[in-house]
Design a protein around this ligand. Sequence first.
Ligand SMILES: N[C@@H](CCC(=O)N[C@@H](CS)C(=O)NCC(=O)O)C(=O)O
Length: 191
Amino acid sequence: MLTLYDADRCPYCARTRIVLAEKGLDYETVVVDLDDRPAWIYEKNPLGRVPVLEEDDFVLPESAVINEYLEERYPAPALLPEDPAARAEARLLVERFDRLSRPYYALRRGDEGARAELGAQLAGLDSILAGRAFLTGREFGLADSAYLPWILRARESLGVDLDPYPLLADWVGRVSERPSVAAELEVLAAL
Ligand SMILES: N[C@@H](CCC(=O)N[C@@H](CS)C(=O)NCC(=O)O)C(=O)O
């Protein structure tokens, strides 16, 4: 049995919700109140953060690691390409995700220059999509799941216009038709 310690508003949790949905896995959700975190969450994750995935007595924090675990434990459908170089490229994008999250959170705080810095990162993703349909490669996968929650929130909550990044905007439109991502749009609309 899989359990996800989860919070609707958390984009890191959204990463894992997308992967669980893409893989068609059944799981239980335990909602963690981020404004009043229960003491027991520190037993699951010493940092006190969500998401945490539990499978029987195996407990795992960190969204990127959880998603890699799910990919290996439940390989079908694959969310990484077969080719080792393409797999490495997808992993590199996930590894360097803080280049996008830094200006995203700076913009949320209202820091000067953050919107332009976030725009530069969105332009970088747009140029990656010039050579491929998805950030992960030819198929939707882990890198797409890793970036989408912030890009959706930037558009929906921070008023970031994606029109200047046409390939990125097309990608958002394309992936939004997937049930895993459509469900996240519903979560966002209800926040
Ligand atoms: N690196 C972690 C970050 C998770 C994270 O920051 N989660 C936030 C909610 S979106 C959280 O639990 N914050 C509580 C805190 O930082 O104390 C991951 O990828 O899972």
